[in-house]
Design a protein around this ligand. Structure first.
Ligand code: NAG
Length: 171
């Protein structure tokens, strides 16, 4: 049947583009956002971060910032002198490489006293990364996109919705 072959082509296309569709955006701290006196290790617990996913740091612009640091900087709440923080209040960081990632707030003693620090472990993607993610700048290691990027929602749920709608259209 013609419908069956059309459906096959659509599903095959979805399978090809799904690595992009399935990227997850994590709102750091969820409703609380990026702030002091929040347990970000508890927040990260049980979540699985993959290459291609994004972290979104939300906070009132000027109240906080986001530095990417190494393990030492994380322990000591110290940002490298030559590094530039993200300050937009809606900072989106694409997780471009696997491994441990450390983020701290560099404002006042928010990290040391307010515990405003986040450690995550990024797992390798089971999909090939999209070209935009591999094209990170060579030395400074925070590739980030504008906040305008669409919220992509929950993995699989999105794709199931598309398949469901396609199913209705085919019926
Ligand atoms: C961590 O970053 C600091 C700069 O803030 C640097 O001096 C130090 O060598 C780094 N440590 C490692 C293990 O890369």
């Amino acid at each position: 049947m013609a419908y069956n072959s059309q459906l096959f082509i659509i599903l095959a296309t979805l399978a090809l583009v799904s690595p992009c569709i399935l990227a997850t955006e994590f709102i750091v701290g969820d409703d609380k956002g990026w702030t002091i006196n929040f347990d970000y290790q508890a927040w990260a617990q049980g979540k699985q971060f993959y290459v291609g996913d994004k972290l979104v740091f939300n906070y009132p612009k000027g109240a906080h910032n986001v530095f990417k640091v190494n393990g030492t900087g994380f322990q000591q709440c110290a940002a490298p002198l030559d590094s530039v923080p993200l300050t937009s209040g809606n900072d989106v960081i694409s997780l471009a490489t696997p491994g441990r990632k450390w983020y701290i707030c560099g404002v006042a003693k928010h990290c040391a006293v307010g515990n405003q620090k986040l450690l995550i472990t990024v797992l390798p993607s089971s999909f090939a990364p999209s070209p935009s993610l591999t094209a990170s700048s060579p030395s400074t290691s925070i590739p980030y996109t504008s906040a305008a990027s669409a919220s992509l929602g929950i993995k699989y749920g999105w794709m199931m919705a598309v398949v469901g709608i396609l199913g209705l259209l085919m019926a």
